[in-house]
Write a protein that binds this ligand. Structure first.
Ligand code: HEM
Length: 364
């Protein structure tokens, strides 16, 4: 397993000099008072008030934990925290490379606060996303019991898997190809460290605005690719060429944008930030309840804060790109010519690090 190269804010011991966090909602249900405190501890001790690497890592583990589930066979308990409880088993699976990073500080945090690992992952993701510009407000269900068994290997899709394999795995867990595209809005706040571990590419982002939950990743993955990012090792397993310097394209994302089963949903997300966000929220709720019975959980969504508004209501063509580079695969809707283009030449997109985060002013 590769060493996690991106330093967690919490692990880095960055002082709790967090930027001002907007006032958080009070609990009306007295049972949710405890969870309002857990939320504050997440914000102050894990995220330090910003939507950055630790939030991204939480969102990723939320998928890897929950998707260990099958409607048709015994493939794990779903959103149950087994990724943490049975980390000795699950973190050895190739698809979970790099997840050890978030597990290493989420486990002691959950133990100290006194919450189950399943709740730490899903409630923590909802709290983290509430700090991200453009994100939807996610539900805060709590009370997941401890996992009783690890998920087996091969429940988490890998970027080099065929689309048939990925769609079959997602269908086995109850998700259509369109729902998968909705979940992939998460890749709008994402970077890589494991497909190409070259030092220059640690934190190489999937789009030009990796600190925002916006439509850019959908537009930018549709652009004609030109090269592998400089400083990297080139054509790695699971990697596709990208259209912008510094940008990293995941092979499966490239295929989803061009396959007739997913291309229209992909393009629709490129064209509407608001429906992208609401579709993500709906599908994320379903994912966060895999293996759980909603009526047995406590709904403390009222303590989840409202995320800041999206900075860009509409996707744009980054400098150096234009409408002519769109590789459109949706047969039923032409890609509009109305989106704006940033003037000038393409400049390298920086890696995901605090000093490159426009919404993390305290840490500049
Ligand atoms: C076909 C399905 C998917 C594939 C093949 C896939 C693949 C990947 C890969 C290869 C990475 C980079 C990991 C690394 O090198 O560090 C990544 C990152 C990420 N993925 Fe996915 N992913 C999928 C679905 C999802 C879903 C459904 C979610 C959440 C709902 C998600 C959330 C994320 C996030 C937030 C990151 C960035 C993590 C970070 O920056 O630390 N992914 N994904």
């Amino acid at each position: 397993m590769f060493a996690a190269p991106l330093i967690s804010l919490a692990l880095a011991g960055i002082a709790a000099a967090s930027p001002a966090v907007p006032p958080q909602p009070k609990a009306r249900n007295p049972q949710c008072n405890f969870w309002a405190n857990v939320r504050d501890r997440f914000i102050n001790e894990i995220f330090l008030g910003v939507c950055a690497q630790d939030v991204h890592s939480l969102v990723r583990i939320s998928f890897h934990d929950a998707i260990g589930f099958s409607l048709h066979s015994d493939k794990g308990g779903g959103a149950d925290g087994s990724m943490i409880k049975f980390q000795d088993v699950e973190l050895t699976y190739p698809a979970n490379e790099g997840i050890d990073f978030i597990v290493s500080f989420l486990q002691p945090f959950a133990d100290d606060v006194g919450i189950s690992y399943g709740d730490a992952i899903m409630f923590g993701t909802a709290v983290g996303m509430s700090l991200c510009p453009g994100a939807p407000r996610l539900p805060g269900f709590v009370g997941r019991p401890d996992a009783t068994r690890p998920a087996p290997d091969k429940t988490v899709p890998e970027p080099q898997d065929s689309l048939a394999t990925i769609f079959a795995r997602m269908a086995d867990a109850g998700f259509t190809p369109t729902e998968l595209v909705h979940l992939l809005a998460s890749h709008s706040m994402a970077s890589q460290a494991g497909i190409d571990p070259s030092p220059d590419l640690l934190g190489a982002p999937f789009d030009s605005t990796p600190f925002d939950f916006d439509s850019q990743v959908f537009l930018e993955v549709m652009l004609k690719a030109t090269s592998f990012p400089a400083g990297g090792s080139g054509a790695n397993v699971g990697e596709a060429m990208s259209p912008l310097p510094g940008e990293f394209r995941v092979l499966s994302d490239s295929r989803f944008a061009r396959d007739n089963r997913t291309a229209c949903a992909w393009q629709a997300n490129a064209l509407s930030q608001s429906s992208m966000a609401s579709n993500f929220a709906t599908t994320f709720k379903k994912m966060s309840l895999l293996g759980q019975t909603q009526s047995k959980l406590l709904d403390c969504s009222e303590v989840i804060g409202t995320p800041p508004p999206a900075k860009n209501k509409q996707a744009f063509f980054p400098a150096g790109t234009n409408h002519g580079l769109i590789e459109q695969a949706c047969a039923t809707q032409a890609f509009p010519t109305t989106l704006s283009t940033v003037a000038g030449r393409a400049t390298p997109i920086p890696v995901v690090q605090l000093q490159n985060c426009p919404t993390c002013p305290t840490f500049k």
